[in-house]
Ligand binder design. Structure first.
Ligand code: CDP
Ligand code: MG
Length: 197
């Protein structure tokens, strides 16, 4: 019995800062260079409702946003109460979710469905750490962005880190269904796959 090893899919979004800065071509080239097939691709002006569905009002995920800010503030020896008025992760996470909705609706977003072995893990690795200041050189966020929660959340904006990528297989499944209809996803076997697989 043959098992498909290259059918895993994930969602990558080039957020408005990446699109406005003209980085789409270079970002997509990195994904193709790593052996991924681009099986869905479009530019979208995201509206508020779509943004609210993408950045779900899930208490655990929202609190985790707050924890990321608190870790960054601790790392840099800053006081979240002085700068944000609270050190409660759920409250800070709620602020960030609002700023994220403003960010993703602020200009065009490019949405890509990528396919290949370990697509979810691979695209997370190529994206790099959430905080650009912590993202390794060679990653998209490490090479194309430089801010942190200190620089962004203190100014009451989301961390502009160029891309979004699904964090696990379940999130990828939900997000692909949210962003693409089945008819918008193509069957595509790049020529390079005959050398890779
Ligand atoms: O994008 P990723 O999965 O790495 O991180 P997340 O925890 O799912 O957060 C979603 C997005 O929220 C990030 O990509 C940042 O743009 C933003 N964020 C922020 O503005 N401030 C934080 N303290 C944490 C995240
Ligand atoms: Mg995430």
């Amino acid at each position: 019995m043959s098992v498909a090893i290259n059918d895993e899919r994930t969602l990558l979004l080039i957020k408005p800062d990446g699109v406005l800065r003209g980085l789409c071509g270079r970002i997509i080239a990195r994904l193709e260079d790593a052996g991924l097939a681009v099986v869905g691709l479009k530019m979208v002006q995201v509206g508020k409702e779509q943004a609210q569905r993408h950045y779900m009002d899930d208490p655990q995920w929202v609190a985790n946003l707050g924890h990321k800010t608190l870790r960054t503030y601790a790392k840099h020896g800053r006081d979240p109460v002085a700068e944000l008025g609270t050190d409660d992760p759920a409250t800070i996470g709620g602020y960030i979710r609002g700023w994220l909705i403003d960010y993703i609706t602020s200009g065009p977003t490019v949405a890509c469905v990528l396919q290949g072995a370990h697509a979810v893990e691979l695209v997370r690795k190529l994206s790099g750490d959430t905080m650009p200041i912590d993202a390794a050189p060679g990653t998209i966020r490490g090479d194309f962005s430089s801010v942190s929660a200190i620089a962004a959340n203190t100014l009451h904006t989301a961390v502009k880190n160029v891309v979004h990528s699904s964090s696990d297989v379940d999130e990828a499944r939900r997000e692909i269904a949210e962003w693409f209809s089945p008819a918008e996803i193509c069957v595509h076997r790049p020529v390079s796959w005959s050398a890779i697989y």
